[in-house]
Design a protein around this ligand. Structure first.
Ligand code: AMP
Length: 430
C-alpha cells in the first residue's frame, strides 16, 4: 500500500513512525513533514519515507500529488485541512482518505455547534449559553455570578478561551471577543460556560460512522511552566495511562459520551469517520465535556501510538470502511511519557535554526523514541524550526519508570535556549 500522511508536527511523526511498521506499507510520503519524518524507513522493505514540500492547507496540490502517485490511503493529521474539506475533496475524486469530513470537522471548528449538539443529545457538559449579541451574553454571565468561561466560536489557535473570575472580567472578555474582535470572525458568536473545577483528562476514540472505540486515558500539560503556571501552549507533555479513571469508569464515560455522540451524528446526518478527541473535566458531579476536537491530539498521539499494539493501517482502514466493530484495540500495559522540548521564548517569539545535538544518543536509550515537531535539515545538521521542537517519548513498566526514562533521554539532547517542563506526569504520582 502507498500511504500519504499530511502534516508536519510531532503528531505526524508519531503517525508516520507507527504506520511505517505495518507490513501493508510499501511506500510512504509525508507533506510537508520534518527532519525526523524524513529519516524514517519502512519495516517491510527499508524504503525511506519521502517528505514532499506541500503545505497541509494546499488542497489542490495535495490532491494532484495523491493522484499522480496513486496513493492508496491518505492520513490527515491537523485540523485545518479537515475544516477546509480535504476529506470531501479526495472522496469526490475516488481517493481513500482517513480523517473527518467537513461537516464532522464542525465539532472542532465551531464551539457553538458542539455546545448545542451536546445539549440536544444529552452529553454531559457545563451549563452554558450561546450568543451572537454582547448584551445578552453579559446578562448570562451575570446569572453565573460572573465566574465563567467565555469562548470564541471559531478556530482561534487555541487562544479564544478566556477564564473569568467575576462579572467585570466576564464583561471585558465579551467585549474583547465580540466588540474588539480580538479573534476576528471567530468571535462573532460565543459560548459561555459555567466555570468547572476538577482534573482534566484527554479522551480519544476512533470512529467509523457507527462504532466508536475508546482509547485509554491520557493527560496533557497545556501551560508553559512547571506547576501549570505560565501561558497556554499547544501542549508541553503527556502521559498514558492516567490514574484518574478506572477501566470501569472509562467504560461508563464512553457509554455516557460516545453512545449519544454517535447516535446524534446519525440523527443529524453527520458521517463521523475519524478521530474524536473530547476534552473532559472530572468534576465532583461527574465527568463533563469541555470541548470536542476532531483529530488526534498533539502530543497525546506520541504516547498513544507508543502503547498501541494493533497495526495502525488496519485500524485507519477499518475507520474509513465502517468495519471497526470487528476489531479490538490492544494496548501495551506499559506506560508512556512524552516531554516536549521547545524553543526558548515559546509560546511567544523564539529563534529558529539552533543546532540540535544528542538525538542519536537519546534514541539509543531503551524504550525511547524522539519524535520531531519543529525541526529542519540545514547543511546536513538538524536544527530547530518551530516552537515545539521535539517530543521525547519513553516507555516504562509504570508511569514513574516511563517518566525517569523520558527525562534521561531529554538530558542527552541539547540546543541553545531549550525549554521543557520538569514535572510532566507528576500528577499521576501525587
Ligand atoms: P477548550 O479549548 O474549550 O478545551 O478550553 C481550553 C481550556 O480552558 C481547557 O483545557 C480548560 O483548562 C479551560 N476551560 C475550558 N472550559 C472550562 C470550564 N467550563 N471550566 C473550567 N475551565 C475550562
Amino acid at each position: 500500500m502507498k500511504i500519504l500522511v499530511i502534516g508536519s508536527g510531532g503528531r505526524e511523526h508519531a503517525l508516520v513512525w507507527k504506520l511505517a511498521q505495518s507490513p501493508h506499507v510499501t511506500q510512504m510520503w509525508c507533506a510537508p513533514g520534518n527532519a525526523g519524518i524524513s529519516s524514517e524507513c519502512l519495516t517491510k522493505n527499508g524504503a525511506p519515507v519521502g517528505c514532499v514540500n506541500l503545505a497541509a492547507e494546499d488542497l489542490p496540490r495535495l490532491l494532484a500529488f495523491a493522484q499522480e502517485k496513486q496513493v492508496d490511503l491518505t492520513v490527515v493529521g491537523p485540523d485545518n485541512p479537515l475544516a477546509l474539506g480535504i476529506v470531501d475533496l479526495f472522496q469526490q475524486h475516488g481517493l481513500k482518505i482517513w480523517g473527518v469530513n467537513r461537516k464532522a470537522a464542525q465539532f472542532e471548528s465551531s464551539k457553538v455547534f458542539s455546545q448545542k449538539f451536546m445539549e440536544k443529545y444529552g452529553i454531559p457538559t457545563a451549563a452554558a449559553g450561546t450568543f451572537s449579541e454582547a448584551a445578552a451574553a453579559k446578562r448570562f454571565c451575570a446569572t453565573l455570578g460572573g465566574k465563567c468561561v467565555v469562548k470564541a466560536d471559531g478556530l482561534a489557535l487555541g487562544k479564544g478561551v478566556l477564564i473569568c473570575a467575576n462579572q467585570a472580567e466576564a464583561e471585558k472578555a465579551v467585549d474583547e471577543i465580540m466588540i474588539g474582535k480580538a479573534f476576528g470572525a471567530a468571535g462573532a458568536n460565543v459560548v459561555i460556560q459555567e466555570y468547572l473545577e476538577g482534573i482534566e483528562v484527554s479522551l480519544h476514540a476512533l470512529c467509523d460512522g457507527k462504532t466508536a472505540k475508546i482509547f485509554p486515558t491520557s493527560q496533557d500539560h497545556k501551560r508553559a511552566l512547571d506547576g501549570d503556571l505560565g501561558l497556554n501552549t499547544g501542549g508541553m507533555g503527556t502521559y498514558s495511562p492516567t490514574p484518574f479513571l478506572s477501566d470501569t469508569q472509562l467504560a461508563d464515560v464512553a457509554a455516557r459520551v460516545l453512545e449519544p455522540f454517535m447516535r446524534g451524528c446519525v440523527a443529524e446526518g453527520i458521517d463521523y469517520r475519524g478521530l474524536l478527541y473530547p476534552g473532559v473535566i472530572l468534576t465532583k458531579s461527574g465527568p463533563k465535556i469541555l470541548e470536542f476536537n476532531a483529530r488526534f491530539g498533539d502530543p497525546e498521539t506520541q504516547v498513544y501510538l507508543t502503547r498501541l499494539e494493533n497495526d495502525l493501517v488496519e485500524l485507519l482502514d477499518a475507520s474509513v470502511s465502517g468495519t471497526l466493530d470487528a476489531i479490538e484495540l490492544n494496548w501495551s500495559p506499559r506506560a508512556s511519557v512524552c516531554v516536549i522540548m521547545a524553543s526558548g521564548g515559546y509560546p511567544g517569539n523564539y529563534p529558529k535554526g539552533k543546532i540540535i545535538t544528542g538525538l542519536d544518543a537519546a534514541n539509543r536509550l531503551p524504550h525511547t523514541k524522539v519524535f520531531h515537531a519543529g525541526t529542519a535539515l540545514q547543511d546536513g545538521q538538524i536544527v530547530t524550526n518551530g516552537g515545539r521542537v521535539l517530543g521525547v517519548t519513553a516507555g516504562g513498566a509504570d508511569v514513574r519508570a516511563a517518566q525517569a526514562a523520558a527525562y534521561a533521554a531529554v538530558a542527552e539532547i541539547h540546543f541553545e535556549g531549550a525549554q521543557f517542563r520538569r514535572d510532566i506526569a507528576a500528577k499521576a504520582m501525587l
